[in-house]
Design a protein around this ligand. Sequence first.
Ligand code: C2E
Ligand code: CA
Ligand code: CA
Ligand code: CA
Length: 277
Amino acid sequence: MARHSHQRHQLYLEGQDERHLRQLTLIRDLHDAVSQQQLTVVYQPKVRTDSGEVVQFEALMRWQHPTLGFIPPDEFITLAERSGNIHLLSQWMIDAVGKQLQSWGRQGHTLRVAVNLSAADVMDESLPDRLLQMQAEYRLTPDQLGLEVTESAIMKDPALATRVLGELRHAGMTVAVDDFGAGYSSLAQLKRLPVQELKIDKSFILRLEDHSDDEVIVRSTIELGHNLGLKVVAEGVDTPQGRELLQRLGCDYLQGYLISRPLPADQVLDWLDDYRR
Ligand code: C2E
Ligand code: CA
Ligand code: CA
Ligand code: CA
């Protein structure tokens, strides 16, 4: 009996150790990921609910590790944040997106892309200047660049985030509150945020058809956003029924597998071409 529980304890520890080792390896290899071209960007379109017009693409990071294979972004972004390395990835992302927008521009397509920012990015007062520099370098207009910041990242230091986001918006970039509804910002705080969009967290959208509680939340979030003069986006739209319901509820923009999965950069123009036909 005692022996048995000892074994179980041992197994538990081994599982822990393995996870810990993986985390240490990934943190150690983050620098290589950037310097050895292991990172790529995929682009997922966001469309108007009424006309279907493509308004923007969201840039999402991918990491193919040389020995561990594909690493989910939720995993390595969290590790980069906790180990103080997220700036490295954000700066890489900003540069990669700038280059890509310039390249599409040279092919005659002026596209818009939104980049996800972490809490550390919105609390970094050098961010607005870095973004403006990037736009100048790649000859982009400010409205080509959008930013998504989670509600929880903003709420870590609402005053500072408001100042940084205010500068970005003042410079002409669009700012969206990501994963909205998962956090707990007060109405008063929300009203003061210099943002144009609320993006409803996909956990409320994914099972919208068969969960009436989710429908209530989504309906009231859309109303709240509109009352504050914001556009409302639903992410994670993966069924026609979901799209119809969101259209009836007056949601402005849609994003999800129903419209498209995130696409490698070299498939974006072809996808647009097919989509517009
Ligand atoms: P997010 O910003 O909420 O991104 C949306 C996630 O939902 C993406 O997962 C996307 O692929 C997925 N998705 C889109 N449509 C659907 C759908 O219809 N159904 C389902 N089930 N999922 C859908 P992904 O790419 O795995 O990214 C996960 C998270 O990693 C992102 O969540 C974001 O928080 C973070 N992330 C990704 N790239 C970056 C980055 O460059 N910087 C930062 N700070 N975070 C990033
Ligand atoms: Ca996002
Ligand atoms: Ca989101
Ligand atoms: Ca998320």
